[in-house]
Design a protein around this ligand. Structure first.
Ligand SMILES: C[S@@+](CC[C@H](N)C(=O)[O-])C[C@H]1O[C@@H](n2cnc3c(N)ncnc32)[C@H](O)[C@@H]1O
Length: 266
């Protein structure tokens, strides 16, 4: 499980970095000027993709706390962030219930590809902890329920609807996941907590050069759709085979909708 997740995170890292909103990153960086050392918290850090993106772009010195439930991913994070020459504590933590102490003294709380997995009440609790710490926040690459495939297949919309319902299943982070509604929910709860909030698109636009990533993506969508509707497994499998054929022929383009969200205190 951890190995296949690690492979997926390696595969998507360049697409994530390319898709992220530089504007929002700079907005947040401006709020961090003069914080020395800069203390940062990366939630659901995985193998450290978010830290590899942000560390070279934010003021130094930096002290990171990277938390994730997976010890294996955190081991890879330690190995693959040494070259950044910033101070990183990688701590194995289950974020199902948020421990207030991880927020204490943090200037930035950030997460990448996480907040669509969490519940509304988890987001409310997150906003409260960030507010108490006076932290700025940056949540990137949150799936927003939109996608488009070219060439089109007749089942594309149906599979996406099944996937979006699957995204709302409980992922162990405070109850049924916000899924495609996560950015809107986060926008609301951070604004209610007194934050200035801004969002920007961070869509993936995958082409023939991203063939392997497209295959894994389509496979994951098909698996989720079949879990939602096992009686349609054969139809879903047929859809996957046709999408794979487009990828193999070098003619497949897939857009996956994401949003970045930044929030800071005035
Ligand atoms: C989609 S991955 C994103 C990883 C990384 N932020 C990135 O962008 O590459 C979601 C991460 O959340 C972690 N995660 C999921 N549920 C968790 C939980 N209950 N407690 C801690 N980490 C969790 C997973 O182990 C995984 O590393």
């Amino acid at each position: 499980m951890d190995e296949s997740l690690a492979r997926w995170l390696r595969l998507r890292e360049a697409a994530d970095a390319h898709a992220r909103s530089e504007t929002l990153m700079h907005r947040v960086a401006d709020t961090l000027a003069g914080r020395t050392p800069l203390r940062l918290l990366d939630l659901g850090a995985g193998t450290g993709s978010n830290i590899r993106y942000l560390a070279p772009r934010l003021p130094r010195p930096q002290q990171w706390l990277a938390v994730d439930r997976s010890a294996a991913l955190l081991t890879e994070l330690r190995e693959r962030t040494i070259h950044l020459h910033v101070d990183i504590e990688a701590r194995q933590t289950d974020l199902g219930t948020l421990d207030p102490s991880i927020f204490t003294g943090r200037h930035l709380v950030t997460a990448s590809a996480l907040i669509d997995l969490v519940s509304d009440s988890w987001l409310r609790s997150l906003a409260g902890h960030c507010r108490s710490a006076g932290a700025s926040t940056l949540f990137t690459i949150t799936y927003n329920g939109r996608s488009a495939c070219d060439p089109v297949e007749p089942e594309d919309d149906w599979v996406r609807e099944l996937l979006n319902r699957h995204q709302k299943r409980d992922k162990g982070l405070g109850g049924p996941a916000a899924g495609p509604d996560a950015v809107a929910s986060a926008e609301r709860v951070f604004a209610e907590a007194g934050y200035q909030v801004e969002r920007a698109p961070s869509d993936w636009r995958l082409g023939p050069a991203d063939a392997q990533m497209q295959r894994v993506l389509v496979d994951g969508w098909a698996e989720a759709a079949a879990e939602m509707m096992p009686e349609s497994a054969a139809a879903i499998s047929g859809w996957r085979a046709r999408r794979f054929a487009h990828v193999d022929a070098g003619r497949s383009h897939i857009m996956v909708g994401h949003d970045d969200l930044a929030a800071w205190l005035q």
